[in-house]
Design a protein around this ligand. Structure first.
Ligand SMILES: [Zn+2]
Length: 332
């Protein structure tokens, strides 16, 4: 994402901020009008406190990215935030963000953050902005219709039909809560047998702890302590797989099977051209697991002669933040 015209075009008056607010980390970028990244930073998402602490951490991460880009946050044309939970873009509030600490009610994130960084803030759904970034700038550019699968703390989904996001009555694309096992494992949403109960990283971690309590051994939690983390990040899962850890392989295999089942069911319904696999784990595990997900879909695809293309998200880990910055574009 290097622009040859960088030196000759003065885009510094038109810099935007983009924030990907995840359950595990906050990723910030500062981009110019050509979507080139001028500065980036990431920090862990606070695990304690409440919405005000998360807002402060977002502001700090954005300041770090703005420093790297050589601008003040108050000079940004605007800041977009891709957030989990129930987003009301018009009022700038986030409610019911289960993966964020102490976020039970509704919080005016846009106003609070705008006050802290001195620039206008616009909110969007985290998964929606990430898929819109892939459609505009990444692996989705050549397709009219696609399904985004975000394999991270939870499992997010997004549907694009005729190059437009399909939102249904507001929450379409909840792929993580497609049922893959009737009366199966308990999902973080409280229901039984959802895809997220088998493949969401927090469910995988809970399952790993259960199996360890039953006497199984694994390097997962040793790696977590070594890295001074409080939870199993995508990097830790990737490292454990590389070390041949049997329990990590078993849980990731189960996750891949569940994703294949859930995604194939969605394809049978929608018949879109492509599947884009993103999210922390999806991007970290990359091409080999993209192939394995495609293989796990096949037995469940009704039209198995002509499976959809399956790609890893082209914008990688920055997709969510780049997509959030596109929210500013809309209002420019
Ligand atoms: Zn669920």
């Amino acid at each position: 994402m290097i622009s040859a015209e960088r030196e000759t075009t003065d885009t510094t008056t038109d810099m935007r901020g983009g924030i990907d607010l995840g359950g595990t980390k906050i990723q910030a970028v500062v981009v110019d009008a050509a979507h080139d990244v001028r500065g980036e930073a990431k920090q862990p998402t606070p695990t304690a406190g409440g919405p005000a602490d998360v807002a402060a951490a977002i502001a700090a991460t954005l300041r770090e990215a703005a420093d790297a880009a050589g601008v003040e946050t108050s000079a940004l044309h605007g800041v977009g935030v891709g957030s989990p939970g129930e987003i009301d873009a018009a009022s700038g509030t986030v409610g019911q963000a289960r993966n964020l600490p102490g976020w039970e009610g509704t919080f005016p994130l846009a106003d609070e953050l705008a006050r802290q960084v001195g620039a206008p803030v616009r909110l969007g759904n985290d998964v929606q902005v990430a898929i819109e970034a892939e459609v505009a700038l990444g692996a989705g550019r050549e397709y009219g219709s696609l399904l985004g699968v975000f394999w991270g703390t939870g499992i997010g989904g997004a549907i694009v039909l005729d190059r437009r996001s399909w939102l249904g009555r507001g929450i379409a694309g909840e792929l993580g809560h497609v049922v893959v096992v009737q009366d199966g494992r308990r999902c973080p949403c409280g229901r039984l047998g959802c895809l997220e109960a088998y493949a969401g990283r927090s469910s995988m971690e809970a399952r790993a702890r259960e199996l360890v309590a039953q006497g199984r051994t694994t390097v997962l939690f040793e790696l977590m302590e070594e890295k001074q983390r409080t939870r199993l990040t995508s990097g830790i899962w990737a490292r454990a797989l590389k070390q041949g850890d049997a329990l990590a392989h078993q849980l990731v295999d189960e996750a891949v099977e569940a994703i294949g089942t859930g995604v194939a069911s969605a394809i049978n319904l929608l018949d879109v051209e492509a599947v884009i696999v993103g999210g922390g784990l999806g991007v970290r595990l990359g091409e080999p697991y993209r192939d394995r997900i495609a293989a796990a879909m096949l037995p469940h695809l009704f039209n198995d002669d002509s499976p959809p293309a399956v790609h890893v998200a082209g914008l990688g880990d920055l997709g969510g933040a780049l997509g959030a910055a596109l929210l500013v574009e809309e209002t420019a």
